[in-house]
Design a protein around this ligand. Structure first.
Ligand code: NAD
Ligand code: NAG
Length: 439
C-alpha cells in the first residue's frame, strides 16, 4: 500500500500527511484481517483499488509532461474516435468517407474546413494550441461551433510528438489537413521564434508523425502566396521563382514547401501544398486589414491605409473563405495515396503545389469603399507610405493549375464576400443595425 501511494504521488508536498494516514490504515488492516469473511471484502477492495490505479496510471502516461495539455484517458479516446468516424449514408459514395486530422482547427480556415468536411459526412478531429496571437476567445467560439456539429478539437501543440503519436494510434487517419501556423507578416519582427516554432519545428514534428503512421495519411497543407516574394511577373504561376521571400513568414512557408518535398521523396508521403491568396470572410482573423478596418470604422477610429512606392495603391487578390474551403476539400479528394508505411517508402507518391486565389486583385482604397458601403459608415483614412516590413505591393493568382486538377473555380467577388463578412461581424460583436454605438 505504501509503495502504491509513493508511485501515485511521486513528489507531492503533502506526502508526510499521506504516510501518517497510511499508518493508521495499517492498524485497521490488522484488526480486519483477523476475520476471514472481512478478508474477502478486503480482497475486493484491493482489486478495485488496483483497477482505478491502473486507469489513473495510463492517464498519467499519455499526458504530455512538456505541454501540460489535458489529453488522454479512455473517455478522451472515445471522444476522438467518435469525432473521427465518417457518417456518410451507406452506399452514397464509393469513397466511403475520409477521416481527417485538421491542425489549426480553431483557426479561421481550419474551422471552416472542419465544418464543411463534417457536413458532408467525413470524420474530423481538430488540434489547436489556442495561442494568443489574436483574441483566443474567437478561437474558443469557433471550437464551440465545431463541437455543436460533433467535431472535437484537442487543445495541444503540433510540436507535441507524443500527442500526435497517440492520435494516430487511436485513429487511422486517411488525411491530414495541416493549417496550424504562425500567420501574419509584420508580427515576425516582434516574435520571430514563434514562426520557427510552428511553421518549421511544428511542421517537422507533424511530418514525423505522418511518416511513422501506418497507414500513412495523405497531407494537404497551407503554404502562402507570400512565397512569390519579390517576384513581379503577373499573374503568379506555380512555376515562377519563389526563392526571394520578403518576410520571415514567407521564408518559413517556402521552407515548408522544401521540407514537405523531402518527406515526399524519402518516405513516400502524398503532399499537396496550397498557396492561399489573402483569405477573408465570416469568423475571419482580427489581425487582417479588412477585419481591423471594420472594427476601427465602427468605433470611429482612423484607419491606416498603406500606399506603395510612387503613390501606387496596394492590391490583393482577396479570396473568399468558401472558395478556399472548396479548394481544400478538392485537394483532399484528389490527393493520391501515400505509398510508405511504418517509415518505409514503397514507391513514388504525388507532390503537388497549387495557387488558390480569386484572380482579380482589388486595391486597398476599393476595399475600404466596399466596407464603407456595407457598414454605412464613412472611414477616417490615414494614408501612409508602405514601410519595407515584408508586405509585397501586389498579389495576383494564376489558378489554371488548380482549375484543371481540383476543379477549383472561385465564385464570390469581394463585394459579395465582404457583405457576408460585415453581416457576421455585426451579429458576432452584438451590433444592431441603425445604432452602431455599442461595443
Ligand atoms: N488567411 C490568409 O489569408 C492566409 C493566406 C495565406 C496562407 N494562410 C495559411 O493558412 C493557414 C490557416 O490560416 P488562418 O488564416 O486560418 O490562420 P489562424 O491563425 O486563424 O489559424 C491558425 C491556427 O493554428 C493554431 N496554431 C498555431 N500554431 C500552432 C501550434 N504550434 N500547434 C497547434 N496549433 C497552432 C492557432 O492557434 C490558430 O488557431 C495558416 O497556415 C496560414 O499561414 C492563410
Ligand atoms: C497560367 O499558368 C499556366 C500553367 O499552369 C500557364 O500555361 C499559363 O500560361 C499561365 N497564364 C498566364 C496568363 O500567365
Amino acid at each position: 500500500m505504501r509503495a502504491l501511494e509513493d508511485e501515485l504521488f511521486p513528489s507531492t508536498p503533502g506526502k508526510v500527511k499521506i504516510e501518517r494516514a497510511g499508518g493508521a490504515m495499517n492498524r485497521q488492516l490488522h484488526r480486519c484481517f483477523a476475520s476471514t469473511s472481512t478478508m474477502f471484502l478486503w480482497a475486493l477492495f484491493l482489486v478495485a483499488m488496483t483497477a482505478s490505479y491502473l486507469s489513473f496510471q495510463s492517464f498519467v502516461d499519455t499526458s504530455s509532461k512538456y505541454f501540460q495539455a489535458s489529453w488522454g484517458g479512455l473517455h478522451w479516446e472515445r471522444q476522438i474516435r467518435a469525432s473521427a468516424a465518417p457518417r456518410r449514408p451507406p452506399g452514397s459514395s464509393p469513397n466511403a468517407g475520409i477521416s481527417v486530422l485538421v491542425t489549426g482547427a480553431a483557426g479561421f480556415v481550419g474551422a471552416h474546413c472542419s465544418l464543411a468536411l463534417r457536413k458532408r459526412g467525413d470524420g474530423v478531429v481538430g488540434i489547436d494550441n489556442f495561442n494568443a496571437y489574436y483574441d483566443p476567445s474567437l478561437k474558443k467560439a469557433r471550437k464551440s461551433l465545431l463541437a455543436s456539429h460533433g467535431v472535437y478539437v484537442v487543445d495541444g501543440d503540433i510540436n507535441d510528438a507524443r500527442l500526435l503519436a497517440k492520435l494516430f494510434d487511436v485513429v487511422p487517419f486517411t488525411h491530414v489537413l495541416h493549417l496550424a501556423a504562425q500567420a501574419g507578416v509584420r508580427y515576425a519582427m516582434e516574435n520571430p521564434s514563434s514562426y520557427v516554432h510552428s511553421n518549421v519545428a511544428g511542421l517537422v514534428t507533424l511530418l514525423e508523425a505522418c511518416k511513422s503512421a501506418d497507414p500513412q495519411p495523405a497531407l494537404v497543407w497551407a503554404s502562402s502566396s507570400s512565397v512569390y516574394g519579390l517576384n513581379d511577373a503577373v499573374p503568379f504561376s506555380e512555376s515562377h521563382r519563389t526563392d526571394r521571400p520578403a518576410s520571415l513568414y514567407a521564408a518559413t512557408k517556402k521552407a515548408g514547401e522544401e521540407i514537405t518535398h523531402s518527406y515526399n521523396h524519402i518516405y513516400g508521403l502524398s503532399v499537396t501544398g496550397l498557396r492561399f491568396f489573402t483569405v477573408y470572410g465570416p469568423w475571419g482573423r482580427p489581425d487582417m486589414a479588412y477585419f481591423s478596418f471594420t472594427r476601427n470604422i465602427l468605433q470611429g477610429k482612423p484607419i491606416t491605409v498603406y500606399r506603395g512606392k510612387d503613390h501606387v495603391d496596394l492590391a490583393r487578390d482577396f479570396t473568399y473563405i468558401d472558395d478556399i474551403v472548396r479548394g481544400c476539400l478538392g485537394s483532399l479528394d484528389t490527393a493520391g495515396r501515400s505509398t510508405g508505411s511504418g517509415g518505409k517508402k514503397r514507391g513514388p507518391a504525388p507532390y503537388r503545389i497549387f495557387n488558390l486565389g480569386n484572380t482579380s486583385p482589388v486595391t486597398v482604397p476599393t476595399l475600404v469603399a466596399i466596407l464603407e458601403k456595407h457598414l454605412r459608415v464613412k472611414a477616417r483614412k490615414h494614408v501612409v507610405e508602405m514601410p519595407g516590413n515584408g508586405d509585397v505591393p501586389f498579389t495576383h493568382a494564376n489558378i489554371s493549375l488548380a482549375r484543371h486538377h481540383l476543379g477549383y473555380k472561385p465564385t464570390t467577388n469581394l463585394d459579395a464576400g465582404l457583405k457576408k463578412f460585415v453581416k457576421w461581424y455585426l451579429s458576432y460583436y452584438g451590433y444592431t443595425r441603425g445604432s452602431s454605438k455599442n461595443l
